[in-house]
Design a protein around this ligand. Structure first.
Ligand code: TPP
Ligand code: SF4
Length: 246
């Protein structure tokens, strides 16, 4: 019998702590599938963030370091510079990357550190109870914006890829979404492109992954997927935002 589906070697057997319908588990699986396909598992080192993915090291079957809130790109930079033959990625949420870690990501991109960044944007702080993130949509209700985010007092959602695109060192910036099978496959391809850019020593790359958080969106898992396609993608357009690594 032909095997058509199996657990990637780069994932281990632990049962996930993520909520039903959460995108983190899908993102983990895509990273693991790409690592298997590129046969780099023995060389990969991940850097986990704070946030719901703080326990990512429980699920990956390769070395993963933990980092303080927002400092993931700095830790990844240190590891990559010390061990340039390893493949290093940082994994971050939007609170982690676009709030407390804004300086870290901007300077890592500007220095064109030869790392891959996987940026899971669910427009909310998941782990700490659903507070507003820099990426929260205008009008989106969160714990700290109970009437909906209001631009006059809290600004507009930050578009991280577009923000970083002006930096010469940012070589590859791609935004995908975990909303449909076809979009999920595009995210997987972008993750593979990012690793291959790193292997070719071409510098900094980042894949933004629009991801459901049913728990703090107050929606079912299915409604969350529809919400991504109907609402989020109008603010965060999908596709390659920049590629100077070809
Ligand atoms: C230095 C520091 N400040 C604050 C926190 C508290 N904290 C933990 S997770 C988190 C928000 C994470 O949100 P996000 O990065 O969007 O990840 P998600 O949980 O949504 O996946 C915060 C503020 C912390 N752990 N460390
Ligand atoms: S709170 Fe949101 S981001 Fe965190 S595990 Fe649950 S669904 Fe995922």
């Amino acid at each position: 019998m032909r095997e058509i589906y199996k657990k990637p070697e780069a994932l281990n057997d632990n049962i996930t702590h993520y909520c039903p319908g959460c995108g983190h588990g899908i993102a983990h699986r895509l990273i693991a599938e790409v690592i298997d396909e590129l046969k780099i598992r023995e060389r990969v080192i991940g850097v986990a963030p704070v946030g719901c993915a703080v326990l990512a090291y429980n699920y990956f079957n390769f070395d993963v370091a933990e980092s303080a809130h927002g400092r993931t790109p700095a830790v990844a930079t240190g590891i990559k510079r010390a061990l340039p033959d390893n493949i290093v990625f940082s994994y971050q949420g939007d609170g982690d990357l676009a709030a407390i870690g804004t300086a870290e990501i901007v300077h890592a991109a500007n220095r064109s550190e030869n790392i891959s960044v996987f940026f899971v944007n669910n427009t909310v702080y998941g782990m700490t109870g659903g507070q507003m993130a820099p990426t929260t949509l205008e009008g989106q209700k969160t714990l700290t914006t109970p009437s909906g985010r209001e631009k006059g007092t809290t600004g507009s959602p930050i578009k991280v890829c577009e923000l970083l695109s002006v930096l010469e060192g940012a070589r590859y910036l791609y935004r995908g979404a975990l909303s449909t099978p076809s979009n999920i496959l595009k995210v997987k391809k972008a993750i593979k492109d990012s690793f291959q850019i790193q292997i070719a020593k071409k510098g900094f790359s980042l894949v933004e992954i629009i991801s459901p958080c049913p728990t703090y969106w107050g929606l079912t898992p299915l409604e969350s997927l529809q919400y991504i396609d109907n609402k989020l993608l109008k603010v965060f357009p999908l596709g390659e935002i920049k590629n100077t690594a070809r």
